[in-house]
Each structure stands twice: as C-alpha cells, then as structure tokens.
Design a binder for this molecule. Structure first.
Ligand code: AMP
Length: 547
C-alpha cells in the first residue's frame, strides 16, 4: 500500500497519550474500553472518570510535571488513575506493593511524588513505610471514604474524586513531556528511574498498531503489572485503536489452565506477555490443537522464549501469528521485532530479535564504536525515537548508558545511543540475534534483576563474611534461577532461612535466591576475585541433578 493511501485511511495519532481516550470518547463513547472480570468501563466513562481524577489531583496541589505514585492493583481504578495523572499534566510511577517497605521507600524518595493514589488494600503497607519515605505527599484514596489519619499526610477520598466535574481540564502538556517513570533494578541497590515521554510511547504504539493492524474489533490482553512497560502498550495500544483491553486476573496464573481459560473465555485476539507465561502453558500442555479460535497474534518481549515452547504453540495454533519483540525499558517497550514465518526445525534454533521498529535503529559496535561485520558478536546499541532522556536525576549512570558518538567513530551513527548491555550479532539476512549479557543483569520469570541489587542487600547482613550471587538456567518455566554462595562465622546454624528472612526486608520475592551453598571461604580466581564461573558451574550441576 502506498504511504499516501495508508496516511489517508490511518487517522493521525494523538500526540499525547491520554488524548487517545478523549478521541475514542468523542467518536464511540459507548464502546467498551476495559474489562476487568465482571466490571467494564466504556470510553465515555473512562474519559469522564479520568477528567474527575485529573481535577482532584490539581485540587490537591499537583502541578504540571509533578510525580504521582500509583499504589493500586491493576484494575479499572488503576487505569483511571494513570489517565487522570496524564490529564493533570503529571508523571505516573506505579509502585509494586508486593515490594518490602524499604524498597518502596527508595523509589518514593527518588521520585518525590506530590500525591500517592492508593487503594484501601495498599494503605497498611504505605503506613508501615511512612517514616522511611521522608517525604510529604497527599494520599488520594480511590476506592474508599475512610481516609487515613496519619499525622502530616493530607488526603482526599473516592467520594471527593467523584464529586469533581466531568469536563476536561485545560493543561498545556507537550509530546516531549515525561508521561511515566518506571524503576528497574539497579546494580548498586538503588533502583534506576527511567523517564519516558508521551512521544516515546506514541512512536512505538503507532508502529505496533500499524504493523499488527490493531482495530476496534480487537480484544487485547492486559497481563503485565503497571510497573513494567509492556503494560503501557496494553493500555495505549488499546486506546489508540479503540479496542478492548481485558485485564488478566492475578488468579489466572495460579492454575496451569488459568491463562488458557482466560484467553479462550475472553476471546482475546492479541496476547502480549513475557515468555514465562507462554512457557508455562507449554510445560503443562494446556493448549488444544486449534484452541483459541479468536486469537490472531501472540507477542512476547523481555527475554528469550525457549524454542520448544514456541514450536509447541505454533503447532497447536496454526492460525496465529507469533512475534518476538525486543527492547529495554530505556528505549520504550520494544525496539525490534521478528515475526516467525514457520516453526523452527530444531529445538536448538534461536529466534532472531529481528529488525528495528520504525524510527528506531540497532547498532552492533566494537569498543571503538565501529560497526562490526555480519556474524560477529558485539555490543548492541539502540538509537532513535524511543530513547529515554536518561535516568531520573542520575547523571552518572545516564552518561554511562546513553552515549553521544561524536567524531570519526560516530560517523553514520545517530546522535544518541543507548548501550543495552546485550550482546548480539547480525546474520547474513540482516536480522539481529540476541546472544546474552555483558554484565550481571538477568531475567527471571520476566523480572529484570541486577544481581548487584541482591548482593547489596546481602552485604547489609552482618553475620555474612562474604557472599555472591549467580544465575543459572533452569529447566522450569521461570528462566534463570538465582543462586547464593555465602560464608558465615555466625554460630547457631545461621543459614538460608535466616538470610532469606533478612533479604525479605529489602527485596521483592522474585529477587530472593532459590538455591544456597555454604562455604568456609568463597572460591577465588587467579586474580583473587570471587570465582563466579566456578560458582556457576557448581550450581549448574546442582540444578541439573535435581531436575
Ligand atoms: P526490560 O527493561 O525489563 O525490558 O529488560 C530489557 C532486557 O531484557 C534487554 O536488554 C534484554 O537483555 C532482555 N530482552 C528483552 N526482550 C528480549 C527478547 N525478545 N529476547 C531476549 N532478551 C530480551
């Protein structure tokens, strides 16, 4: 199709994310926007409720560019909150309320919110962390009237939000304004804030909705929690297209058949998640041949989908298109894609991460920032429209990861590049293949984890003389298993149980090591450093012998 004809039939994208909702509400107010179990909300209602939320935030003192934390489980209330924050010209930061208070506090202190929008279920945890926050903010209770009586903390209630006028606020946001800050694991123990602007997201959504031909007829899955960026496409991919977003209930992951039942019963047409969910369905063999007749597309992102799982799904679902999306949070949701033309012939075949999405570019560069030849594994850099402006209030880490390749070495490269820390190579067809990491960042069940963050928490345990963590591949659906080697001089059997209890004060559950080994002293390599290769081998043989 010529670009001109395409431009004529594709309505121009709204430059601000929340304008996608307004546009749908103007054209199709009765169309369903979000379904959460038995509860649903139309575009018209979403528009009005988020307008009221924006007004409540402004009344509570929120100014343009202020941060608003969201401590609400994924639900229609949470989505109204996201849209309301954007309509108030503010920046949303979702909090993972299953994190221990100490970690929540590190995030809240870093982003300095003016308001925390919370559900009643989050109040206890927020209260227990209040002293740690060291920050004044207002609590907006989205689902209750019983306002917390915490000294020094202002508040407003669901009733006060509902009492606001339905009409839109006049706020002069610009496409380059930050829409959200997501915090990812940081190697020093301090999570890194990644600010992403409206136009970063809009560019990805425009490409994805065009490439996948998402329309008003689509029913998209909402599987990922709001503190991961796949959720941003779930929301705004849906709203830009005027489609329906179906939130996957947390309980669906508890039973082996839960996700499959959800896809079937909700008649999902486009599924998007981290690979572990798809791998889980494969491990339990819960997909019938020709299952999910409404499903058209399966998209995954975040880590490698094991090839046997892909082959199984492609055989069971011959009517479905499978696309691997690749990209870090820092470059907005995904930067490259590969739609798998046919099931790989061998379980050892890898699936490319493919080609750059429109407006993005992938670069394989050597140490002097020179492009390498096809077939050579090198550092993967990303340029283009999705790049974050840099880590939130952290110039040092920004300078390390976001580079400006000037001079001869930068010839032909974009002005700014993000150093992903991934290793990759390009094949003879020009497709990029992911090889692994250059550092200690891992993925486990889709969670991005810096082993350094776990080691920073271990270092705070006085009873440990030394400790180290490594990650090894598992045979299960979860991807990598985190293993901890430690040495202690503490008496009374100070071991994994006690260490785990201490770590739980600092780290979310998905960062807690699953395997442990006690040493008198950790093995060293000839350079005198902890021999992580030897540790990894020890744990690998442990994992293999137990599977
Ligand atoms: P996150 O910021 O959580 O999206 O994590 C980004 C990292 O996840 C990337 O730098 C890669 O290491 C990994 N990753 C993302 N997508 C893929 C993929 N499709 N295949 C392999 N690794 C991936």
């Amino acid at each position: 199709m010529s670009t001109l004809i395409q431009a004529l039939i594709t309505p121009p994208m709204a430059p601000l994310l929340h304008e996608s909702i307004t546009r749908q509400a103007e054209n199709r107010p009765e169309a369903v926007a979000v379904v959460d179990g038995y509860v649903r909300i139309t575009y018209g209602e979403l528009e009005q409720r988020s307008n009221r939320m924006a007004r409540a935030l402004v009344n509570a003192g929120c100014d343009k560019g202020n941060r608003v934390c969201i401590a609400i489980p994924k639900s229609i209330d949470a989505i109204v909150a996201v849209a309301g924050v954007l309509k108030a010209g503010c920046i949303y930061t979702p909090l993972d309320m299953s994190s221990p208070p100490a970690r929540l506090a590190r995030i809240v202190k870093a982003c300095e919110p003016s308001v925390v929008l919370a559900s009643e279920s989050a109040l206890k945890t927020l209260h227990s962390a209040l002293d740690l926050f060291d920050r004044e903010f207002v609590i907006g209770l989205v689902d209750g009237e019983a306002l917390p009586d915490w000294s020094g903390v202002g508040s407003f209630s669901a009733g006060e939000i509902e009492a606001q006028p339905d009409s839109a606020l006049e706020v002069s946001s610009r496409p380059e304004d930050v829409a959200y800050i997501l915090f990812t694991s940081g190697s020093t123990g301090q999570p890194k804030g990644v600010p992403i602007s409206h136009d970063n997201v809009e560019a990805f959504v425009a490409w994805a909705n065009r490439y996948f031909a998402v329309s008003t007829e689509d029913r998209l899955s909402g599987h990922t929690a709001l503190h991961f960026d796949l959720s941003v496409y779930d929301l705004f991919g849906t709203f830009y297209a005027g489609a329906e977003l179906h939130l996957v209930p947390a309980t669906a992951s508890l039973l082996p058949t839960g996700i499959a039942d959800f896809i079937r019963d909700s008649r999902i047409t486009q599924w998007f998640s981290v690979p572990s969910v798809l791998n889980f369905m494969f491990k339990f063999g819960v997909v019938e041949r020709g299952d999910f007749p409404d499903l058209k597309r399966v998209l995954w992102c975040g880590e490698v989908l094991p090839t046997p799982a892909l082959v199984y799904l492609m055989q069971q679902l011959p009517h479905v298109q499978f696309t691997n999306l690749y990209g870090p949070t820092e470059t907005t949701i995904a930067s490259s894609y590969f739609t798998v033309p046919e099931a790989p012939a061998s379980a050892n075949d890898d699936v490319p991460i493919g080609l750059a999405c429109d407006g993005e570019s992938l670069h394989l560069l050597d140490e002097s920032l020179q492009p390498v030849d096809a077939g050579v594994t090198a550092d993967l850099y990303i340029g283009g429209i999705g790049l974050s402006r840099g880590y939130w209030r952290d110039e040092e880490r920004t300078a390390e990861a976001f580079i400006t390749p000037l001079g001869d070495s930068g010839h032909g490269l974009p002005e700014r590049l993000y150093r992903t820390g991934d290793l990759a190579f390009m094949d003879a067809e020009g497709l990029t293949h992911f090889v692994g990491r250059t550092d200690a960042q891992i993925k486990s069940r889709g969670y991005r984890i810096e082993l350094g963050e776990i080691e920073a928490a271990l270092a705070g345990i006085d009873e440990l003389v030394e400790s180290a963590t490594v990650a090894v591949a598992s045979d299960g659906f979860e991807g990598k298993v985190i293993c901890c080697a430690y040495a202690t001089q503490a008496q009374n059997g100070f071991g994994p149980q006690e260490i785990t209890a201490r770590l739980r004060d600092q780290l979310p559950e998905y960062m807690i090591p699953a395997r442990w080994e006690s040493y008198d002293a950790l093995p060293r390599n000839p350079a005198g450093k902890i021999d992580r290769v030897a540790l990894r081998e020890r744990f690998e043989s442990q994992v293999q012998s137990s599977s």
